[in-house]
Design a protein around this ligand. Sequence first.
Ligand code: DAH
Length: 345
Amino acid sequence: MNRQDIDQILAEVGALACKTQKEVEEARVRLLGKKGSITALFEAFRTVDKDQKKELGRPLNELKQAAIARIEELKASAVDDGADGASAEDLTMPGDRNELGSRHPVSIVRQQIVDIFRKFGYDVAEGPEIEDDYHVFEALNFPPNHPARDMQDTFFVSSGHINPILLRTHTSSVQVRTMEKSQLPIRVICPGRVFRNEAISARAHCIFHQVEGLYIDENVTFADLKQALLLFAREMFGPDTQIRMRPSYFPFTEPSTEVDVSCNICHGKGCNICKGTGWLEILGAGMVDPNVLEASGIDSKKYSGFAFGMGLERIAMLKWQVNDLRHYFENDLRFLKEFETAPEV
Ligand code: DAH
């Protein structure tokens, strides 16, 4: 070997041009592989005499370094290629799709209810899920040991002392918190999660959602309650919806009523959803009991008000004819995807 051999390969390295990774790899093998030209020079170098070793050693090493650097450089700029030498990136392939989530039916219904009552001038209020006995029962006119407490089978967090801590069984507790801290008049709706010690079945669950409504001012009457609920029902279930009020009992309202809407599936004729009655029960309501107003420091001689409460899962079931409450909690995508384009009412 001689200097000329080195310079010749150096020129080749300098002029090296590769478009694809495959070409870069071929060039690397040709120069630096086991049988490559630079490797061959190193082989030959072993047998040259001492003087030549001095003269050629350094340029030979520099050649090798230059070849390695050039190959790296080309590697960085060459395109990927498949086994056949064609580009591995097929730009005509469809892109990866990002799966978009959709809103849960209970959230959709909650938002609709909030929007409807916002239009009527109601504010939204929230309260704690872990509550005390006072706000869930006592201040709502459920005396200790009153049988009405049995209507709501309660999860206690701690018991045995004066004011046990528990998971709220209804959002009516937020009524109390609102009355305690707000200035009159009050007009709020309170959406939230509630808990009851119920065996899980198609019709009952231990966790569900309610929306509570409360309106307190001077001269609020039962007629105002009826009108508010009629307007709500028509916004929610359609303009032809009728409502019907049946007498009922809740400790915190007097008089109390349960409210039905005309069945929006059979339009009152009777079907299996309304069990042939033409009516669907949607909420409980009534005039706030004076004891409840007084417990929160509101003068019941001057002020009156109404309240109502409804279960969101129930409203969503009626709206979309869901026949099993458990679907709401199982997160089965086949169920949830049905609400991706939930129809607006
Ligand atoms: N809190 C009641 C329940 O969970 C629902 C209810 C009934 C709320 C009547 C009210 C009302 O505000 O006036 O069963």
